[in-house]
Design a protein around this ligand. Sequence first.
Ligand SMILES: CC(C)(COP(=O)(O)OP(=O)(O)OC[C@H]1O[C@@H](n2cnc3c(N)ncnc32)[C@H](O)[C@@H]1OP(=O)(O)O)[C@@H](O)C(=O)NCCC(=O)NCCS
Length: 193
Amino acid sequence: MTEPADTSILLETQRLVLRRFTESDAPLLFELDSDPEVMRFVGKFGLPSVEAYRERIRDVWMPYSAHPARGFWAVIEKASREFIGWIVLRPAPDYRFATQAGWTRASDLELGYRLRRSAWGRGLATEVAKELVCSALEDPAVTCVVAAALITNRASIRVLEKAGLRYVRDFAIPGFGDPSVMYAICRTGCQPP
Ligand SMILES: CC(C)(COP(=O)(O)OP(=O)(O)OC[C@H]1O[C@@H](n2cnc3c(N)ncnc32)[C@H](O)[C@@H]1OP(=O)(O)O)[C@@H](O)C(=O)NCCC(=O)NCCS
């Protein structure tokens, strides 16, 4: 008899595994967002307590598991088995600034990520973003993978470029002095939103 597939794991790369979040991950998220360097280009969107992260996981992140390949995924380093951050792939209209970005098509998926500072600079975000973008575009229901970053967030933009996304346009989001840039990669024959 074959083992049932583990639906909590989305994919593995050479060094990383992506797994679903559970409420018990809340302290890890609280700690991640407590680093001002991690939040430098993200804004003041950290939550005030571990309990608030528990609620976010339960009420906002876990419902994405209704689709096997959508939502927020914990990034685990295989060698150390440590949590190093998260990556998200979700319908683009769910992005909090989707209106400003002009993202209205649910067939477009937003890519985003946030890693602990101790994991930066080793190509890990690129490794996992590439893999996720490739697998997303294999789904004929997906039109484009889109992403947004502040124009000053050079590391994030570089990850997008290396994952195959290309610059589409600038747009402004409330509360940020710098413009944001939109990047996208689309299935053949599809146009970015
Ligand atoms: C963005 C982030 C995920 C990148 O993670 P990472 O694992 O360090 O990324 P990688 O190592 O895969 O690649 C980073 C690339 O950016 C480059 N880079 C890093 N800092 C840079 C900077 N200040 N200026 C220009 N390029 C920079 C690196 O040199 C590398 O490119 P290269 O391989 O061509 O040399 C990480 O910095 C992070 O979590 N930041 C905080 C959260 C965040 O800003 N998320 C994105 C919001 S849009």
